[in-house]
Design a protein around this ligand. Structure first.
Ligand SMILES: [Zn+2]
Length: 212
């Protein structure tokens, strides 16, 4: 079971947060970034290293750092869980067909929040109320009630319980997709949030090996 240390509270890091949120901090950071942009404005659109990563949106994961990417190097497709949803596969197909990537990594991670609920749980919470819910280590609850929507019952939330299995299923789904050519190798990994290490899921990479 994944663990969630704190919900509904911010553990502040070394960043400055204004009263309005992050608006000022983001613009200030961008000012220094664009001030040192150098010749990155001349980068071509297709990824220079011809590969793509599908990974989770988890704030602890920084694919540019854990995989050694610079601007222009690779496509990084992110969603909750790093799942091979229809939309993630849409991006991968564009990544290869129009922008020339020919090697793909599916990278899930330990302690993923997607293991802390089911589709039924989030749909039920949303039906009651839309504000941020609390997690007590075992169950979710809404601090407020009313004003929810039943629309969450129509969403495929792509939750999972078993990490190696989720990576393997996603690699298989991409491998078997009719719009994905058989010559693209697809590797499956689990990123360890405790160590920063990428651990390969052998059965996933085996499922993603070049066919024929
Ligand atoms: Zn995650």
């Amino acid at each position: 079971m994944a663990r969630l240390v704190e919900t509904g509270a911010y553990i502040t890091g070394a960043y400055i947060m204004s009263k309005e949120g992050n608006y000022d901090a983001v613009l200030s950071a961008n000012k220094s970034y664009s001030g040192n942009f150098g010749d990155k404005g001349k980068l071509p659109l297709p990824p220079a290293r011809h590969f793509a990563i599908l990974t989770c949106m988890d704030a602890r994961l920084d694919p540019a750092k854990y995989a050694g990417l610079a601007e222009g190097d690779a496509h990084v497709i992110r969603n909750a869980g790093g799942r091979a949803s229809d939309d993630a596969i849409r991006s991968l197909v564009i990544s290869h067909k129009l922008l020339g990537t020919n090697e793909w990594f599916v990278i899930h991670h330990t302690d993923c929040g997607m293991q802390l609920f089911t589709g039924e749980i989030i749909a039920g919470l949303l039906e009651d109320n839309l504000e941020t819910a609390s997690f007590n280590g075992k169950a979710w609850s809404n601090p407020k009630h009313g004003g929810g929507s039943k629309a969450g019952h129509d969403v495929h939330w792509h939750t999972f319980t078993d990490n190696p299995r989720s990576v393997t299923e996603d690699v298989q789904r991409i491998r078997n997709h009719p719009l994905v050519p058989k010559h693209i190798p697809i590797y499956g990994f689990i990123y360890d949030v405790g160590t920063g290490k990428l651990n390969e899921v052998k059965e996933a990479s085996a499922a993603g090996k070049v066919a024929g």
